[in-house]
Design a protein around this ligand. Structure first.
Ligand SMILES: C[S@@+](CC[C@H](N)C(=O)[O-])C[C@H]1O[C@@H](n2cnc3c(N)ncnc32)[C@H](O)[C@@H]1O
Length: 223
């Protein structure tokens, strides 16, 4: 059973792509999983279940943190659900898998409160992504995997370059083409003007960008 409390972001196709990708990573049983920007923790719970591991979540919304806790309890998965800003609540901790579906829609700066906190990500869509790319690699255990999902419109190459600059092996773990989501659709004219969407573009590619920390004994076989 999985619940989504009123006011918490509902998992969508990008969440499900992230969850499927997370569950197939070459990680050992008992992997420590962190989901950032977790909402109700759909992807983090799927991964913790797949690896029989423990889950830590962080979301800036108090209600989302409560929602993640409730879902973990329903799934009988051990969880530490933090309310806080990105990696601040897990200072000094390392994880075997970090996953996030952060706000990534180009538009307004991230607001301090309100529903837009779930998607507004600054002019280029990278306000939260860049912070995760800068800070998350230091929280990976040796051989750990970082997975971020986002649209092609907010610079997958910048995510891959940031991973490489942090010493991670970077690649695209999964990609899926589909119709523009409702918010991008509403902003189509503006995004076309700014060159972020091609004229008449009705579809987008959503990608899962993977960074792997050095240190795993057998990349394909786990340890
Ligand atoms: C696009 S929603 C994704 C929710 C969930 N991961 C999913 O895929 O269903 C983004 C989430 O990020 C959270 N968020 C936004 N800014 C944050 C920040 N600075 N630190 C932690 N969480 C944040 C929002 O509250 C929201 O729950």
């Amino acid at each position: 059973m999985f619940i989504v409390l009123p006011g918490v972001f509902h998992p969508r196709s990008d969440t499900r792509l992230l969850a499927r990708t997370a569950c197939t990573q070459p990680l050992p049983a008992g992997a420590r999983v962190l989901e950032l920007c977790a909402g109700p923790a759909y992807a983090g719970l799927a991964a913790a279940r797949a690896f029989k591991g423990a889950l830590t979540t962080v979301d800036v919304s108090r209600r989302a943190a409560l929602n993640a806790s409730l879902n973990a309890r329903l799934s009988r998965i051990r969880i530490r659900a933090h309310r806080g800003d990105l990696l601040a609540p897990v200072a000094g901790q390392r994880f075997d898998l970090i996953v996030a579906n952060p706000p990534y829609i180009p538009g307004d700066e991230p607001p301090a409160r309100g529903p837009g906190r779930a998607w507004e990500a600054g002019a280029d869509g990278r306000a939260v992504l860049d912070r995760i790319c800068a800070d998350a690699p230091a929280h990976l255990a040796p051989g750990g995997v970082l997975l971020l999902v986002h649209s092609e419109v907010c610079g997958p190459e910048a995510t891959l370059a940031a991973y490489a600059a942090a010493g991670l092996e970077a690649d695209v773990a999964a990609r899926e083409r589909g119709p523009l989501g409702p918010i991008l659709r509403d902003r189509r004219a503006e995004l076309e003007d700014r060159g972020l969407l091609a004229s008449g573009q009705a579809e987008e590619e959503v990608l899962v960008l993977r960074g792997m920390a050095p240190g795993r004994a057998g990349k394909d076989g786990g340890t």
